[in-house]
Structure formats: structure tokens, C-alpha cells
Ligand binder design. Structure first.
Ligand SMILES: Nc1nc2c(c(=O)[nH]1)N[C@H]1C(S)=C(S)[C@@H](COP(=O)(O)O)O[C@H]1N2
Ligand SMILES: [Mo]
Length: 515
């Protein structure tokens, strides 16, 4: 066989393998769209990888890709699968007996991933393997159809009977087009069904009583974070590749475990209870010093204390293990949900229902604690238990059991490495010390004396404050740092710590060049 012909055989074999995997993934996505969108093979494997990723890898992904980490992960899973497809084609062209081996392995992997991911829905724990099984069948069928017989001999008159015949070039190209085209249609259709399954979030919210006074306007400095973060700009951190769609008609909140009187509430029952409004700043423990995973909003909700008192917490309970509709768990100290900080089962943000990405229809919001120990989205259950008995999703992965937010401040303007003209430069940012309160913010230039900044309005100890500082900037390279002094007179810690395991600390430092 000529080298050319060998080359052509290999190219066709690899192409057939890639198309086989593509067709399989697409068929799986279509079936998943109809029954359980998160069970789509590539999404299921991606979710499982998130669960299994060692904490340093997860940290690195968040730090490197930010909120693009999810699309990048799914794209990676798809590309690796297609690569495996190419390899399968190259091997199976010599040993056709192996045509079904790789599709079968992938069907099993996808099926196991879909039924076991922490973010699997109830549907996907029973039917979750189906999309992957379909994917395997389609992929093996396509491979058997398109894979050339080796050696690749052109169909020619006078060829002895029984010799393996190659699919004519034209037929192969048509086959390629058919598989590619149907895959595209299957992906689009599957996605259409998945999107249609999203649930409406336009519920009517009850009024808070007493109503909270409107906040004064915050500082208005170009580039400074708004004092109230719009829900559409609020940072999003969760393990979900697909946002859970929750139907308020069937949603329930259960309070159980170590309580005298377990009970369960429907949406109508929850929203008939007294609701209050609170201005609360939420932070992610994965946030680096100066990082973006923080936001402040006015939350509407029912006090967790009211719910826990109604259930009657037994004295031995020290933890509330709250659960999301997808099985994700958060552990919060009972004390934090009972004391007067007014932790909430929140149903509204800035006067509107929660957006699907932020936990519709209800989520936990615990002032003073990082999100992974106090802000369960798509909340459906709160179980009173003990720390010795049960651990939650992130605490089981080594993050600190209790996660009080570390007081910190951030410089929003000028941006790091910006070039500015000499003269008065406005330095501005935010500062937070939940459960204590921010008294002052200070700035220092080139590690000189700390100087007081002007601080913005105050909305209580659990809400961040803005600040600004007029800096007479002189030519050269300069470093700017900020720190807060809390209401007890304690300055923000200068101790440098990474996010793992209980939150980052240190001073935010920005370098600028003045011309
Ligand atoms: N169901 C669920 N709730 C969750 C998470 C999650 O992965 N799943 N992540 C938590 C983390 S780590 C944080 S920081 C906050 C982020 O809330 P946000 O996305 O509304 O800003 O949600 C918390 N609640
Ligand atoms: Mo977080």
C-alpha cells in the first residue's frame, strides 16, 4: 500500500472517530434536553470533574478564568472527547473489533458521572445514564459506518470478490456532512428544550414590614463600584454548569433534623410569614485580596430565627446543614442563624425576585459569613445536626468549618498599572468588616504614612462602605495601598494569606505610573 494511501486511510479513520464522538455527544445532549439537561454527557463529566477537582486546582481555575471557568471546562471536555475519538478511529481501523470499545467506555463514564454528580437532579439520578447510553450507541454506529476498512483500496473494476471495499470518497464526504449536520441540529434542539425547561422567575414578592428606608446615594466616582450592586452585575459562584430551574408551584422548604417540630413550607406559606429587608454584603472565600467576588445588595426574606424557633432547635444541634435542590450542601453554625444578625431565607434582591443564577426562589443569606458557609442558593432544606456528624460540600474538601468574613478593603480606581497625569488623582474603593463595622479607611502612598480617606454613607455593620481619597500625584512610579480601621479600632490585617482554607488577607496594592 502506498504511503499516500496509508495517509488517506489514517486521515479518514481519525475523521470518522471525531465524527463518531461528535454525533454521540450531540445525540446525548438532545436526549438530555428532553429529560434532564444536566445529564448531557459533556456537562455531566464536567460537573463530576468539578466535584473531584482538588482544591488547589479549583482555586487556580477560579483565579485564572474567573466566571469563564465553566464554558472553558465544558469546551475542554468536548475537545478531549473528540481527541479520544480520533485515537479510537486510528486504532479501530486496524482492529475493527474495537469499534464499540471506546463508545462503551464513554457511555459508562458519562452515565456514572450524570447519576452521581453533586449537582445531579432527582431525574438525573434515575434516568441520568440514558443520554450517555444513547451517546455510546450513536457513536459506535457512526464509527462502524464511516470507518474505512484497512487497507483502503479504491473500488475498482476487477476487484476480487470479498476484498474489503472502501466507502467511495464521495460517499464518505456525504457521510461526514450528514453526521456533522445532524449533530448541529441535535445540539441546537437539545439546547432549545433545555432552555424551555427553565422556569419563570416573575413571582410577586410580599412587602417588608417595617419597610427599610431607601439608601442615600453612594459616592459617585468614575470606576468606583456602585454602592448597591445591581443583581445583573452580582458575582456568581457555584458548582453548577447549568442553573437549576425551580418551579415555585412544587418547591418546598423543609426544616428537620434535631428539632422538636419539623415542618415544611410551600412558597405561598413561606411568603405569608413576616418578611424583612436587610442590606448585606456577600463575599466568596475564594476571593483574592482586591478581587471581584463581592457585592452588596438589599435582600428581602424571612428571618432564619423565626423558622428555627418555630421548629424548636434541640440543644445538642450546633450546625444547620442546608441543602440546595441539586444536593449541594452548606454548613452554618446554628448560632449565626439564631442571633440578632438577622440571617435570612432570602426571596428578593434589590426589590426583585432572585434571578435564577442567584438562587431562585429562595436562598440563605448569613451576614458575616462567606457564601460557602452561609448562602445556599436554590435552598430546599435546613437540617439541624452537629459538626461531628455531617460535613458540607466545601468543608468536606478541606475549607474551614466556620468561615467568618475577614475585614478587608479594595482599591477600585486607579486600576493597577494605569498611566495617569500628574496632579490630583482620585483614589477610591470599598471596605467591609461585617459584624463589626467600618470606622475609617486609610490610604498610603509608597509605604509612607497612613492618611485618612473620606468615607461614604453607612448602611449598618454588615454592609460595605465606599471611600475616596484625593492624591496629589507626582511623576514616577508609585504604589497605593488601602486599609480599614474597624469599629473596635482594629486595623485590617496586613498578614498575607491565600484564600484557602479560610479567606485571603493582606493589603490591596496598586501600582501606577504618573507622567
Ligand atoms: N446551591 C449552591 N449554593 C451556593 C453555591 C453553590 O455552588 N451551590 N456556592 C456558594 C458560594 S461558594 C458562594 S460565594 C455564594 C455565591 O452566591 P452568588 O452566586 O449569588 O453571588 O453562593 C453559595 N451558595
Ligand atoms: Mo464562595
Amino acid at each position: 500500500m502506498s504511503a499516500d494511501r496509508q495517509q488517506a486511510t489514517r486521515l479518514r479513520a481519525a475523521t470518522a472517530g471525531v465524527l463518531a464522538m461528535l454525533g454521540g455527544l450531540a445525540a446525548g445532549h438532545l436526549v438530555a434536553g428532553l429529560i434532564a439537561p444536566e445529564a448531557s454527557p459533556a456537562l455531566a463529566v464536567g460537573s463530576r470533574l468539578i466535584d473531584l477537582a482538588p482544591t488547589p486546582v479549583k482555586d487556580w481555575a477560579v483565579a485564572t478564568f474567573g466566571t469563564a471557568d465553566k464554558p472553558i471546562l465544558v469546551t475542554g471536555v468536548v475537545l478531549v472527547t473528540l481527541g479520544i475519538g480520533a485515537a479510537t478511529g486510528l486504532v479501530a481501523v486496524r482492529r475493527r473489533g474495537l469499534i464499540w470499545a471506546m463508545p462503551a467506555v464513554l457511555a459508562v463514564l458519562g452515565g456514572v458521572a450524570a447519576t452521581s454528580a453533586a449537582s445531579a437532579s432527582t431525574v438525573s439520578t434515575t434516568l441520568g445514564a440514558l443520554p450517555s447510553v444513547v451517546a455510546g450507541i450513536v457513536s459506535g454506529t457512526v464509527l462502524g459506518w464511516l470507518l474505512p476498512h484497512a487497507p483502503l483500496v479504491p473500488s475498482a473494476p476487477g476487484q476480487p470478490d470479498g476484498a474489503p471495499r472502501a466507502m467511495p470518497r464521495r460517499a464518505f464526504l456525504v457521510g461526514t456532512g450528514v453526521v456533522g449536520g445532524s449533530s448541529a441540529v441535535a445540539v441546537v434542539t437539545g439546547q432549545w428544550f433545555a432552555d424551555r425547561a427553565r422556569i419563570a422567575t416573575d413571582v410577586v414578592l410580599p412587602k417588608a414590614s417595617p419597610a427599610l428606608r431607601a439608601l442615600p446615594a453612594g459616592l459617585d466616582v468614575s470606576g468606583l463600584s456602585p454602592w448597591v450592586t445591581p443583581a445583573s452585575d452580582f458575582y456568581r459562584v457555584d458548582i453548577n454548569l447549568l442553573v437549576p430551574g425551580v418551579d415555585v408551584g412544587t418547591w418546598r422548604l423543609d426544616i428537620d433534623g434535631l428539632v422538636e417540630r419539623p415542618f415544611s413550607l410551600s412558597w405561598d406559606e413561606l411568603t405569608a410569614l413576616p418578611v424583612i429587608e436587610r442590606d448585606i454584603t456577600l463575599n466568596c472565600v475564594s476571593n483574592e485580596v482586591g478581587g471581584p467576588y463581592i457585592g452588596g445588595a438589599r435582600w428581602l426574606g424571612v428571618r432564619t430565627r423565626d423558622l428555627l424557633e418555630r421548629a424548636g432547635v434541640r440543644p445538642e444541634a450546633d450546625q444547620v446543614l442546608s441543602r440546595s435542590v441539586d444536593g449541594f450542601t452548606v454548613s452554618t453554625p446554628v448560632q449565626a442563624l439564631l442571633d440578632d444578625r438577622d440571617a435570612l431565607v432570602a426571596i428578593g434582591i434589590n426589590g426583585r425576585p432572585l434571578p435564577a443564577e442567584h438562587g431562585f426562589p429562595a436562598r440563605l443569606i448569613t451576614p458575616g459569613l462567606y457564601g460557602y458557609v452561609g448562602a445556599t442558593k436554590w435552598l430546599t432544606r435546613m437540617t439541624l445536626t452537629t459538626y461531628t456528624q455531617q460535613a458540607a460540600y466545601w468543608t468536606a474538601r478541606g475549607w474551614a468549618e466556620r468561615g467568618p468574613v475577614k475585614p478587608s478593603s479594595r482599591i477600585d480606581v486607579p486600576r493597577h498599572l494605569s498611566q495617569l497625569s500628574a496632579g490630583t488623582v482620585t483614589v477610591a474603593g470599598t471596605a467591609w468588616a461585617q459584624q463589626i463595622g467600618v470606622a475609617r479607611v486609610q490610604v498610603r502612598v509608597d509605604e509612607g504614612e497612613w492618611q485618612d480617606a473620606t468615607i461614604g454613607p453607612d448602611a449598618g455593620i454588615d454592609y460595605w462602605r465606599q471611600w475616596r481619597f484625593s492624591w496629589p500625584a507626582t511623576p514616577g512610579q508609585h504604589t497605593l495601598e488601602s486599609r480599614l480601621i474597624d469599629d473596635r479600632g482594629t486595623p485590617q490585617s496586613e498578614q498575607v494569606a491565600p484564600p484557602f482554607p479560610d479567606g485571603a488577607s493582606g493589603l490591596h496594592r496598586v501600582t501606577v505610573t504618573i507622567n
